[in-house]
Design a protein around this ligand. Structure first.
Ligand code: SF4
Length: 429
């Protein structure tokens, strides 16, 4: 476009804007602001409505002096899945447990009890749950933001059961390009089906994110190319996290330790370029933490998990015990027993479900620090921020079998092992 007299044309957020030529001396100010606007618009894929509602919720919690509050409920209405990924800690439960479902009433009751403004429905594969559309609808009616996680095998078939809404996001599991993802989920053709489902959902006006878990075989250049391809698909946001070494995951060889995580994320973020191309659905300070620039303790109550066993202690990743109610979980968990530096199983954890809430709280308490990271991006060179010492951590306790025995005894006592229609799962596949 030709310059207008007395104005010069600059591109801001993909649009031509005409600024007075005499603004040139303010370039040192205008340039960083332009970068910040681009970062806010492109890199953080959280819509304004969600930012405002979640921000208001956090401020309210601080005003009423609530020290521990949930940000996102991790709702797992079933453990059953139609894949068997090597990095998953949920798939080797006995059938009687895999056949359990949380009912609509239990799911919505948990949403009300917890009160978090965001609900992430995970599993297992949530689309195997017959009542999932009613559960999603009930959560949206409560004006909570729903992220429906799926491996996408059933997504295209079930799209008609859902309606686009500012409160609803499909969160499709994609751990990399075709070869990376199919390897990660141990089945060929899954990537192609997920990509087709994403395209179908976008064509119908849904918001679609991908959730990507990275392991120690991830290479920064390749992940960067994958993120480029995901943005080309029209995806709205990327949720990325290092994998957590679930003690029951069949493949224990490929989890990242802390230093490898930081190095990997520095390598990836360094490839984002000056005008970052990727829309992350995570806070800039969480990404900065992954890049090794923040020393954070986790906030396990930030993403409390409700599963078919009850309210999981202490967090979404670790099942060390279960409470009957959210109140009991919050009040009776000895939180100081967990977290990096306190417990061996937490030593390498840098997962978003443990640390995003820490980063979001830090953003609210230190907006200037968060603004600076938004403005200049994450540092990808130089020394890492100091890490939490591990010399006082208590040794791991292996309690999985005990919980399985207790759950099986409960199921036997109540006869609920028979109440789930197995046909529902089989038919859905
Ligand atoms: S570090 Fe925190 S979030 Fe991670 S496993 Fe331990 S308690 Fe859970």
């Amino acid at each position: 476009m030709p310059n207008l007299t007395g104005l010069r044309t600059v591109r801001i957020s993909g649009e031509n804007r005409h600024l007075p030529v005499e603004w040139r001396p303010f370039r040192p100010v205008v340039r960083p602001l332009t970068r910040c606007i681009r970062f806010q618009e492109k890199v953080l894929a959280i819509p304004l409505l969600q930012k405002l509602m979640v921000g208001a919720y956090i401020v309210r919690q601080h005003v009423i002096g609530n020290k521990r509050y949930p940000l996102a409920l991790m709702l797992e209405p079933l453990f059953r899945c139609n894949l068997a990924c090597a990095g998953c800690g949920k798939i080797d439960y006995p059938d009687a447990i895999l056949n359990q479902r949380l009912s609509i009433e239990e799911c919505l009751g948990s949403v009300d009890e917890c009160g978090a403004p965001v609900v992430s429905i995970a599993g297992g594969e949530p689309l195997l749950h017959r009542d999932m559309p009613a559960i999603v609808q009930g959560i949206i009616a409560r004006r909570k933001f729903v992220y429906l996680c799926t491996n996408a095998l059933l997504m295209e078939k079930k799209l008609d059961d859902y309606k686009p809404s500012p409160f609803f996001v499909w969160s499709v599991h994609l751990d990399g390009d075709q070869q990376m993802h199919d390897h990660s989920v141990c089945q060929e053709g899954v990537y192609d089906r997920a990509v087709a489902a994403i395209a179908a959902a976008k064509a119908r006006g849904f918001r679609v994110n991908i959730n990507c878990t990275l392991f120690n075989d991830a290479r920064p250049e390749r992940v960067a190319r994958f993120f480029d391809s995901v943005m080309d698909m029209g995806v709205d946001g990327i949720t990325v996290s290092p994998g957590y070494a679930y003690e029951r995951a069949p493949d224990q060889q490929h989890f990242l330790n802390r230093d490898k995580t930081k190095t990997l994320f520095r390598g990836i973020l360094a490839r984002a370029g000056e005008v970052r191309k990727w829309s992350f659905s995570q806070s800039s300070l969480f990404l900065d933490f992954l890049a090794g620039n923040q020393t954070y303790h986790c906030t396990p109550w930030g993403n409390p998990a409700r599963t078919v066993f009850g309210w999981q202690r202490p967090c979404y990743l670790l099942g060390e015990g279960y409470a009957k109610t959210f109140k009991e979980l919050m009040e009776s968990t000895d939180w100081d027993k967990y977290g990096t530096g306190n417990y061996e199983k937490c030593a390498d954890c840098m997962v978003h479900s443990g640390f995003e809430a820490t980063a979001v709280t830090d953003t609210v308490l230190h907006p200037l620090k968060a603004f600076k990271v938004s403005l200049v991006g994450m540092r990808t060179e130089g020394k890492f921020a100091p890490d939490i010492p591990l010399d006082k951590q208590r040794p791991a306790e292996y309690v999985f079998s005990k919980h399985v025995e207790i759950a099986l005894a409960d199921i036997k006592r109540s006869g609920s092992g028979d109440k789930v229609e197995r046909a529902e799962t089989v038919a859905a596949q």
